[in-house]
Design a protein around this ligand. Sequence first.
Ligand code: GLU
Length: 281
Amino acid sequence: MKLRKVTAASAAVLALSLAATACGGSDDDNSGSGSSGGGGKIKVGIKYDQPGLGLKKPDGSFSGFDVDVATYVAKELGYKPDQIEFVETKSADRENALARGDVKYIVATYSITDERKQKVDFAGPYLLAHQDLLVKSDSDVTKGTDLNGKKLCSVTGSTSAQNVQKSIAPKANLKEYSSYSECVAALQSGAVDAVTTDDSILAGFASQDQYKGKFKLAGLKLSNENYGIGVKKGDTVTVDKINKALEKMESDGSWQKAVDTNFGPADYKNEQAPKIGQIVK
Ligand code: GLU
């Protein structure tokens, strides 16, 4: 009799735990490692106008190193490519997009800085780039200080714009636009004398058919830009999962493949894969 009672109680516990498991799979945001996204979508922030990194093509598809990293990470979180909804996150919008919960994570040439870490958390780094200058092929600008008194374009909310005023050319006439594609168009028209941001981004623009032979990179390595994947402040669970995904991407050869595919055409000589958690100051 006693034995039968225990058996009935165990069955009830088992039924309850099965019900709980079934409920757990319905969450849209279910990002459990290796689990399926449950048919839901995941929103990921990228840039839309940076060739080789994050680009929305005329047919609506996406390409670039950041897009490949974002897609690999999503796969590790349980989402297939068709479950990813890319959202444009411009430089000045990134912290707010995460705080509002517009996107789950951001892969958008997003440098890890102490200032930004007050507002968001970062996984990574997954790439080390350096600030540089893009000028016309016949320009005599060879160093940052040559830009004092000249018109220099960068993007609002970027580390590149901050560094100009802090150290590179404090007396330059800095024009801040909302995207690098606008800066590059201004360089072509002669509205500005140079564009400054990460060499990875500038190399991607310089290799575009319409700009071939017109521009050159100064090759100055003006800063270290450790690209991280931004997540909402406090979401350490997602940070840990993304770090695991990035480690796997490097060890299974997918990171190098994405580098070759996306930076090869721009002839961009990238640094080797960074160690997760190690920031180059
Ligand atoms: N990596 C730099 C930054 O996060 C410049 C590129 C960008 O604006 O995305 O500010």
